[in-house]
Ligand binder design. Structure first.
Ligand SMILES: Nc1ncnc2c1ncn2[C@@H]1O[C@H](COP(=O)(O)OP(=O)(O)O)[C@@H](O)[C@H]1O
Ligand SMILES: [Mg+2]
Length: 261
């Protein structure tokens, strides 16, 4: 049988491809992707962000790029949109806001291929990819088509989320993609007066990480202003550079840079 990964092709000029994944939707994967990408850029890296959550692309809104239509250069390549010093591409930039995106296999493969081949990404240290939740076609196709340096898993603290993250991590293991670490999001609620409160019952996430030797590379509290920042289209790392949440994102970025220099 032929090796399913033999068709893997690097994207010229892109040093590292980092996939951000989750077992579940709504755990903050896009929030982490957006803020982490900007944090990496603040540390001096050249960063691209590919929104591959083709079923629910939310990166354009979170980065204030709604209604910006990518231009095409002379070589017929799409020019990614520049926001906050990172370049981004998303299907959300190409379809009407409330259109349902119904993909059949071949169309999906074609769309992903175009995002990798037909976008003028330029020289990048990191291409960060926001994946759809779960373990489906997009993850599999990307892992087959491009060499992913590592995956970051995003999870919330409760066992209901842990079940799905285990599946997601098992998938990366099977695809031979190293899991660089797990980001625990909505670890606790941080009130305006800096009081901490649990939002979810704490499950066995920490035990699981210890067993599998996957490092927890960040704990992000639930902060209402983080959600407001996403609505406005100016990620929190950008709008609140001195906050403890921004510090946490910078530490996650440092961990990525250490692991993928
Ligand atoms: N740490 C956080 N604090 C406050 N709100 C958050 C946080 N993380 C995510 N959110 C909000 O929760 C919702 C879901 O997050 P999102 O990043 O879209 O999840 P996913 O991409 O995993 O589906 C969004 O409205 C987002 O703004
Ligand atoms: Mg998302």
């Amino acid at each position: 049988m032929s090796n399913p990964f033999e068709q893997q092709k690097a994207i010229p000029e892109v040093k590292h491809i980092i996939a951000v994944s989750s077992g579940k939707g709504g755990v903050g994967k896009s929030t982490v992707t957006a803020n982490l990408s900007i944090a990496l850029s603040k540390l001096g890296a050249k960063v691209g962000l590919l929104d591959a959550d083709i079923y629910g692309p939310s990166i354009p809104r979170m980065l204030g790029a709604l209604n910006q239509i990518p231009e095409v250069n002379r070589e017929n390549k799409l020019i990614p949109i520049n926001r906050f010093n990172i370049v981004l591409m998303s299907l959300g930039l190409m379809v009407e806001d409330n259109q349902a995106i119904i993909w059949r296999g071949p169309m999906l493969f074609k769309a992903l291929e175009q995002f990798l081949k037909d976008v003028q990404w330029g020289a990048l240290d990191y291409l960060v990819i926001d994946l759809p939740p779960g373990t489906g076609d997009v993850q599999l196709t990307l892992a087959q088509k491009i060499p992913i340096s590592g995956a970051i898993s995003v999870c919330t603290p409760q066992n209901v989320a842990l079940m799905d993250v285990k599946r997601s991590i098992d998938m990366w293991n099977k695809l031979n993609v190293p899991v660089l670490g797990l980001v625990e999001n909505m670890s606790y609620y941080l009130s305006e007066s800096n009081e901490k409160m649990s939002l979810f019952p704490r499950g066995e996430l920490d035990q699981f990480l210890a067993q599998t030797q996957i490092p927890k590379i960040g704990e992000i509290p639930f902060v209402p202003k983080v959600a407001t920042a996403a609505e406005i289209g100016i990620p929190f790392v950008e709008s609140a550079p001195d906050s403890s949440v921004t510090k946490a994102f910078l530490e996650i970025a440092e961990a990525i840079i250490r692991k993928c220099p």
